[in-house]
Ligand binder design. Sequence first.
Ligand code: SF4
Length: 434
Amino acid sequence: MSKDKTTATKSTKTAQESYKIVKRMYSKAREAVNEGAPVAWVMVASIAEEMLYAMDVVPVYTENYGAVCAAKKGAGPLLEAAEADGFSNVICGYVRTGLGHAAKRKELGMIPPDAPEGGMADPTMLIGSSAGCDPRFKWYQAMGRYMDVPYFTFEVLMPPNNVDPDKVREFYVPYQVQELKRLKAFLEKTLGRKMDEDKLMAAVVTAEQTRTMWWRCYEIRRSVPCPMPTEDMLSCVVPGMFHPSDPESINFYKGLYDELEERVRNHIGVVPEERYRLIWGGGLPPWHSMNLFNHFEDQGAVCVIETCYCQFEPFEDAHKYNDPLERLARWYYHRFTTKQKKALQGPGHPRVQRLLDWIDEYQADGLVMHGSISCRATTVGQMYFENVLRDYVRIPTLFMESDIVDDRDYSELQTKAKIDAFIETMETHKRKPR
Ligand code: SF4
């Protein structure tokens, strides 16, 4: 690994400032522990945010901690601690970082003093979910080796890709509502108090407003030149993903939108000459080496949109539902089925449909897929998606490989060489008559 800076240089002021929110997230959780307030370790995108907010539980998103450790070059000792306890090095890098943190916490009797950002506060409870992958279901079970706190996991379901979402909605939504009721009962039992329904509804509505404002920031990135690259948005997802019910998060995205609007008005792009517009079309980023985005940019190539952690189109029908849990369940169903009906008439898979739509909407010249050795959930299917895509559009695709957290096998030189070759391919492709 190069000893030079490996984080990305950001283009927007909002992204440059956003890491303060991350720092605050970890310090706030430690303060909560000192004050005897509840802290939950929790998974992203699991429809738990609104309920935790309504119950004044401070969340710690343990996947985020893996990314923070990777970016800070502090993951190594935690990965090794997990592996020393028998966890395989092909298990998700976020999971291994979290397990290593817990192993060291137990061994030392205190949060590891060298843990990035002061480490994760001790949890009052663990809330896992089935959304997305098997590690998210099993990770907190394995935590039982290191801590003895109430543990809960629940189903967060998506329908299969090959069914008409309208036909199965009334099976999935009621089932999801039941699962959310189980989560509510767990929180009430663990905390020994009832959830305030009005506070929950307010949290749900605020989260919708946050997501709508956040979505607008994706839409404006369709402008040419693009006012905000992927590496900036990956820093700016924090309020929307982790604190959507906090009114401050709406203000954060309003501020971001205003900045992007001003950049568009003044034709300020990410690079002096935007030659190639790219879609980060699959996989999570290598948090240990985010400077690779700048390497693309040095050659006029800008990632203008990304599949990872991307916000979805707002749920316009939300106002029709007065029960907060049903409203949450319907929003979640909407979120994961927006492209499904259209996909059934075309490529068959909603992820391919989304890429096809984006190629058009964002005027993309190329696709980048990142295969992460330890995140099979976002890696499996990338080759298939690209193959299906080829039936509809010819667009150069770069396949890269590394890990989200673990940089022990990462070669910066090889990665840069691959990017350089890809840029040449795009140039040739651009010159070809269409
Ligand atoms: S989706 Fe990937 S990165 Fe996220 S927890 Fe699952 S395996 Fe880990």
